[in-house]
Unconditional design. Sequence first.
Length: 263
Amino acid sequence: MQDQQSPGGQPTGVGPRLKTSFAEFVVLTALLISLTAMSIDIMLPSLPQIGAAFSVAHANETQQVLTSYMLGLGFGQLVWGPLSDRFGRKLLLLLGLLVFVIGALACLLAPTLGVMLAARAVQGFGGAAARVISVAIVRDLFAGRQMARVMSTVMTVFIAVPIFAPSVGQALAHVGNWRWNFYVLLSAGLIGIVWAGYRLSETSRPASAGRFGFIDGCRAVLSNRVTLGYTIAGGFMFACSSATSAARSRFSSMSMLWVRYFR
C-alpha cells in the first residue's frame, strides 16, 4: 500500500502534520543528525594543535578528545530515547541541544586537557539527543516508502559530512586555531535550537508513548536479528568513515615531511 501524502508534501494518516515544508524538515533533520559527524571529523586536523596548546606529553593522548565525545554520545542515546518517548520529542531535543552548546562552550574555554575531555563528554551526551530524537521524529511523521525517502536523503548528508568536515577543520586550523572548531559547533548548536524551537512541532504520539519500557526495548532490539545485523553494519560503516578521515587528515598534516624526504 502506498503512503498517502498531500500536495504540499505533508504526510496524511501517518502521524502529526508537519509545521514546516517537507524540504525544510529534511534540511533541519539532516543538520541535527550531522552534528555528530561534524563534532568528530572537524576536530581531526586540530589534534596536534590541541596537544601543543595543553603541553601533552604523548601525541596519542589528544585522541581522547574523540573518545570522550563518543562515550558521551553512546551513553546519551540510551537516555534521550526513552525520555523522549515519555516526555515528548521537542522538549528533550531542545534540552539536548542546549547541553551540546554548553559542552561546546566549555571546550572553547577549557584551561586544561582534562577539562576539555569532560566537556567533550558533555557535548557528546547532548549531541546524542539530536541524533536519536531526529530519527524518532521522522518515524512519528512518516511510514513506509515516505519514511525511507526522508531517511535516505538525511543519511546521504550524514555520510557526506565526514568527507568535507576534515577539510573545514583544516581551513579553520590554518586561519585561526583549534578553538575556531568549537565556534562552528557552538553556532551549529544554536542554529539547531532556534530553528527547531520555532519551526518544529511536537510529534510524539500518545498511542506509542510508554508502550515499551527501557528493558523491554533493549530486549526487543537485541533479539531481532535483522535490526542487530543492520546496527552492527552501521557501526562498522561509521568506524571506517572516521578512520578514513583520520588517515587523510594525518597524511595532509605530514605534507612537509614528504617534501623533505623526497627532495
